[in-house]
Design a protein around this ligand. Structure first.
Ligand SMILES: Nc1ncnc2c1ncn2[C@@H]1O[C@H](COP(=O)(O)OP(=O)(O)OP(=O)(O)O)[C@@H](O)[C@H]1O
Length: 368
């Protein structure tokens, strides 16, 4: 991190592009449908191996092409530049490379290029299913706790094995007890890591909210572990056994965890305005970037789609001030060049690169 160069080909309406980027602020402006979100999608693909808009990669690949490729150079604090590459093919397969070496999983890309996405889907963080909040927490734990990925994979493997055993007609109860024990061990590791992360995140989030929207500071965040807090998971698994066998699935565990966000006795999503929900979701993502920097000395890449459409002017200015102070690399899109530039008024002009997006072409412009 940061990305100094980004090459894209075969992605949506974008013409083959080669961009030299600012290590901090990169502003992309252009009319509706010009390709701004596609550019963010390209950067996201490089860090996650997939799109944030479509599950199916076919929709992302340019209609006339069989594949899309994104290549980037990520500069480490030592000054060394690490090449990153992702190619995705129409039939679904892909090649991921970090430092010129093929890697099997998107988590290796994520480690090299941690991405924080601020777009209209931010709502999902509060209004969507618990899965969105688990992903939010797990992003944080994965990026600050070494070894979390391994623990997480161990848990998922165990859960899969247990569920597969539950599908047998005759269940070997000794084997089920063995899987229960393994599940409990790995569940405890994951839960402890999630709890530890949340404990560290909350004070940072409180500071961000203090600046962004002090009236939201009464919100309470609590981890629901995925089972009744008054009992151990071993007890719950025993209690659940006949129901788990009947439905052939494991009803409780970290795969059912949630981050509960409440004001008094209500879910925040039931009482806050849509604008406040957006602010809260953005605050959570900004706080994650701050904590990531505190813990690792590194920065995530913020991809921000059309902030003007999401927030009022005062909150937009507050968000950009927080991000400017953090010093992370930002790609931000907007329709109006002056509105976009106005958001970064206090930033040194040499920190800013301005790009015009027009019918899939991207050209760098001098900011005025
Ligand atoms: N697979 C594809 N191949 C070619 N073009 C595509 C493909 N998928 C989408 N497009 C087109 O790419 C264009 C880029 O859309 P994009 O969402 O990036 O625009 P945008 O600049 O973010 O617009 P807005 O400001 O309206 O959000 C659209 O005109 C869309 O029709």
């Amino acid at each position: 991190m940061p990305l100094t160069k980004l090459d894209v080909s075969g992605l949506r309406n974008l013409k083959p592009i080669q961009l030299h980027l600012s290590p901090t602020l990169n502003l992309f402006y252009g009319s509706n449908g010009s390709g701004k979100t596609s550019l963010l999608e390209a950067a996201f693909l490089l860090g996650r191996g997939r799109s944030f808009r479509n599950r199916q990669i076919q929709a992302v690949i340019n209609e006339g092409q069989t594949e899309c490729t994104v290549f980037g150079l990520s500069r480490e604090s030592s000054g060394r530049e690490i090449p990153l590459g992702v190619t995705r093919y129409r039939q679904g397969s892909g090649i991921f490379k970090v430092g010129g070496v093929s890697v099997n999983t998107a988590s290796s890309l994520a480690e090299a290029l941690p991405i924080l996405l601020i777009n209209q889907d931010g709502f999902n963080l509060l209004e969507g299913s618990p899965q969105h909040r688990r992903r939010f927490l797990d992003w944080g734990v994965f990026h600050v706790e070494q070894g979390y990925q391994r623990q997480f994979q161990r848990f998922q493997r165990t859960l899969k094995q247990r569920n597969s055993l539950l599908r047998h007609v005759r269940i070997d109860t000794d084997l089920l007890a063995t899987w229960d024990k393994e599940l409990v061990d790995s569940a405890e590791q994951i839960t402890a890591a999630r709890e530890g992360y949340l404990e560290r995140l909350l004070p940072v989030l409180n500071d961000v909210l203090q600046e962004l929207s002090p009236e939201l500071q009464d919100i309470r965040f609590a981890l629901f572990k995925g089972w009744d807090e008054d009992k151990t998971l071993s007890e719950i698994l025993l209690e659940d056994r006949s129901r788990d066998q009947q439905f052939k699935t494991t009803h409780h565990g970290p795969h059912r965890a949630d981050l509960r966000i409440r004001i008094d006795r209500h879910n925040a999503s039931d009482v806050l305005s849509r604008g406040q929900l957006k602010i809260l979701a953005i605050a959570m993502l900004v706080a994650q970037g701050y904590l990531y920097h505190q813990k690792t000395g590194r920065h995530g890449l913020y991809l921000i789609d059309d902030l003007a459409a999401e927030l009022d002017l005062r909150h937009r200015m507050l968000v950009t001030r927080l991000l400017g102070r953090l010093g992370a690399q930002v790609f931000i899109t907007g329709v109006d060049k002056h509105v976009l530039l106005g958001l970064w008024e206090g930033s040194p002009p040499q920190a800013i690169k301005l790009f015009h997006v027009e019918q899939g072409e991207i050209t760098e412009e001098a900011g005025d």
